[in-house]
Ligand binder design. Structure first.
Ligand code: ADP
Ligand code: ZN
Length: 731
């Protein structure tokens, strides 16, 4: 803590709290004083709230009325770097500071005193009388000599009742001690033997490691096809970071992927790292947060919010599948973890590695411009080769009504099954059917709260709104015309595709992999492992399967509707389709068997479909970059989405029109505003949504202008305004 500014008891300090106030509050430093950055509890009205000592008091407040900080919490003070990060992230995303602080203090029991637990140690005495049960307990104590257990753990491990353990305590054979509940994570050993890397991989690993060893900031795009060994390579960068004694963070886009990754970390470094995501228990989270803060965790594997953990000396951030859209948080604080990782690293002299087979155009462009380094892995590991890709021209296929597997695709699947290999059919639509329509009156079942159609989930026997999650039973009679027995599904979801596959291949073992079909991440993970071991002939999957799972027997990927992603009006539609199709295709032929990817499409001549098939990635990006440059859109221009919402549609539009009219602050920087227009999903949870889009050239004071533009807005009633800088989703 040396070097941290210190305030003596009674000094005036300014405290940032997690309460929605637009300023810092002045207090007096508590008994014993406090460091700058100290987490503390302060009185606010009748309540006690969490805060952080942000600086010296501002002094414009009557000092006789000044209250005192209640107490300093028993955690390491927030580092300067984190205060800078929160401030810059707030400025960038136009988020109030208290909301940023909440993001950085998402640990349960932060203000609790250090929690203790009872543990048992050997008391060095022999029991008065030996029994078989007592012998078992002593054998466990002997086997794990140095380790201490709680009474419950000990009786469990020995397989005896708790009274046996209590008896031994009474006699002094075992003694009770108090120990902190939150203990450091086991040390990771970077020098355990690693896999022999190929020449290509070694060169890449050396380059990443050199960056880490330099102790300076830098970002590298690690591009390599699926299965080229990106993970093996970046684990060597982690090793270099551990050798330097600094902490490392690996962000993964999907919780379902963490289990496999944790196994790989354990194989490489001998122990498991700390985990941080929504599936981690409260107690485990508390331990992780505290241990990171005091250096008791060397490596964290987690979701995007891990970026705001209180690392003491962060030396490396890996963003796996950096193009993944889940890195953009789309409610609350609208930040992009990829961009904020680069910001954080630049504040603490750390390296960032962005790993992907199909980088985002943003990262590709940054590498082209020389802002990022770029390291490529050109070939797949071992004998695995990239799958051959072909289009199935659906205009030429003979399709029966309500079927989606073309005769050509069916033939290819039969050929694979005859060889004992697996096929994957990809359809990015959860549920049974995207639309339920009444054959009598033509009405569709819509959500009562949103302007979106209800999706039938036959597995759950319910209709579900994919917008708000609302479900209702499948109606017998049409809600509109009341005629019975006429409700019919239209279009395919993965569940329905499963039925079609079962009818086509009655002998095959078929699995549908969709996140909503599994009760828990664990059940899903288990199923994924079974599939990898050959427990299915045909796999049907949504987006879930596009991400990083290894299925060695999988040699055929059939994309049911390659045109699906091209329909949106989204600026990134082409890029997303390109990435997704290549990711999915990359699932085929990972081990020693060559793979094949077939794309069902009605427009095989579409430039994006042609680029996917030809595999000319650089060509695709250059063309896409040129188009965006010409249009002045990201990453070559700035964009912000403004979403207005409220229960009264006229009020929402009035506000939108007023904003569009009073755009002087935007015009001052040459920015244009488009809209208001109904948002693509115009009603969510009963609230009407209206959207404006702001476009500006790069290098203009964009956030400033938006702040000045929206500042005069008075939000009456339940009107809400949210600003999304660099929007990823246009909904
Ligand atoms: P990516 O992250 O690029 O998809 P991975 O690192 O997961 O690739 O590698 C794909 C598979 O090949 C994994 O099972 C990995 O363990 C294996 N592999 C990659 N490189 C090597 C190597 N040099 N030696 C042994 N196995 C390797
Ligand atoms: Zn809904």
């Amino acid at each position: 803590m040396s070097g941290q500014e210190y305030f003596h008891e009674g000094d005036r300090v300014a405290v940032l709290t997690t309460q929605p106030l637009d300023r810092l509050l002045d207090y007096r430093a508590p008994e014993g004083g406090c460091f700058l950055g100290a987490y503390c509890e302060v009185p606010l009205g009748p309540r006690k709230v969490l805060g952080v000592v942000w600086g010296p008091g501002q002094g414009d407040f009557d000092s006789s009325k000044l209250r005192r900080v209640n107490r300093v919490l028993d955690v390491a003070p927030m580092r300067t770097e984190m205060r800078l990060l929160l401030g810059k992230c707030a400025d960038y995303t136009l988020t109030p500071m208290p909301a940023m602080l909440r993001l950085a203090t998402r640990a349960p029991g932060l203000s609790d005193p250090p929690s203790m637990r009872k543990i048992l140690r050997s008391g060095g005495k022999a029991p008065d009388r030996m029994t078989p049960a007592r012998e078992k307990v002593l054998a466990v104590m002997e086997e794990f000599g140095g380790l201490a257990f709680t009474p419950g753990e000990l009786s469990g491990m020995a397989g005896v009742t708790s009274s046996v353990v209590k008896g031994l305590v009474k006699q002094g054979v075992l003694v009770e001690e108090e120990a902190p509940r939150d203990v450091p994570f086991p040390a990771l050993d970077p020098d355990m033997p690693s896999k022999d890397l190929t020449e290509d991989q070694t060169r890449a690993a050396d380059e990443l490691a050199a960056g880490v060893t330099s102790g300076k900031y830098g970002t590298t795009l690690l591009k390599g096809v699926t299965g080229s060994g990106k993970t093996e390579v970046y684990l060597e960068a982690v090793a270099a970071c551990l050798r330097k004694g600094r902490q490392a963070l690996v962000l993964l886009p999907e919780i379902a992927l963490t289990a496999e990754f944790l196994d790989r970390v354990e194989a490489r470094f001998g122990s498991r790292p700390a985990e941080w995501h929504s599936g981690v228990t409260m107690t485990a989270k508390r331990r992780v947060w505290r241990m990171i803060g005091q250096g008791g965790a060397q490596l964290v594997v987690g979701a995007r919010s891990s970026l705001f953990l209180p690392f003491q000396d962060l030396g490396l951030i890996i963003i796996d599948e950096e193009h993944d859209t889940s890195y953009k948080q789309d409610d609350g604080v609208l930040y992009n973890a990829r961009d904020m990782a680069v910001l954080r690293a630049s504040l603490c002299n750390a390296q960032v590695v962005l790993a992907s087979a199909t980088p985002s155009l943003e990262s590709w462009a940054n590498a082209e411009a020389g802002k990022y380094k770029r390291v490529d892995l050109k070939s797949r590991f071992g004998v695995a080769v990239l799958p051959e890709m072909r289009a199935i021209d659906m205009r030429a296929e003979q399709m029966l009504p309500s079927t989606w597997i073309s005769p050509s695709l069916k033939r290819a699947m039969i050929a694979r099954m005859e060889k004992g290999e697996q096929s994957l059919l990809f359809l990015n639509r959860r549920g049974y059917a995207p639309v339920t329509i009444c054959r009598a009156c033509g009405a569709q079942v819509a959500c009562d709260h949103c302007d979106s159609r209800m999706v039938e989930h036959r597995f759950m026997k319910r209709l579900m709104c994919h917008q708000c999650g609302e479900t209702k039973p499948m109606p017998d009679a049409c809600p509109s015309c009341k005629v019975e027995g006429k409700m019919a599904p239209v279009g395919p979801g993965v569940e329905r595709l499963g039925e079609e596959a079962a009818a086509l291949f009655p002998e095959a073992r078929i699995t549908v992999l969709s996140s909503d079909l599994f009760g828990s991440a664990r059940a899903l993970k288990e199923r994924i492992r079974e599939i990898a071991e050959g427990g299915a002939d045909i796999i049907l999957g949504t987006q879930l399967v596009a991400k990083g799972h290894n299925f060695p027997l999988l040699t055929l990927v059939g994309v049911i509707d390659a045109d699906l992603g091209l329909q949106g009006s989204d600026l990134r539609a082409a890029e997303r389709t390109f990435q997704l199709m290549r990711q999915v295709a990359g699932r085929a032929g990972r081990a020693d068997r060559p793979g094949e990817a077939l794309l069902q499409t009605f427009q095989p001549e579409h430039p994006v479909i042609r680029a996917i098939l030809s595999g000319d990635e650089e060509g695709f990006w250059r063309a896409e970059a040129a188009e965006r440059q010409a249009a002045g859109v990201p990453p070559y221009g700035r964009m912000a989405g403004i979403i207005l919402s409220g229960s009264d549609v006229a009020q929402v539009f009035d506000l939108g029109n007023a904003l569009a009219r009073n755009d002087a602050a935007l015009r001052a920087i040459g920015a244009q505003v488009y809209g208001p227009a109904p948002a693509p999903i115009a009603r969510v949870r009963g609230r009407h949504r209206v959207r404006l889009l702001v476009k500006a050239a790069k290098g203009t004071p964009f956030q400033d202008a938006i702040t000045r533009w929206t500042a005069p807005v008075k939000l009456r009633g339940d009107l809400r305004l949210s600003v999304d800088i660099d929007p990823q989703n246009f909904f």
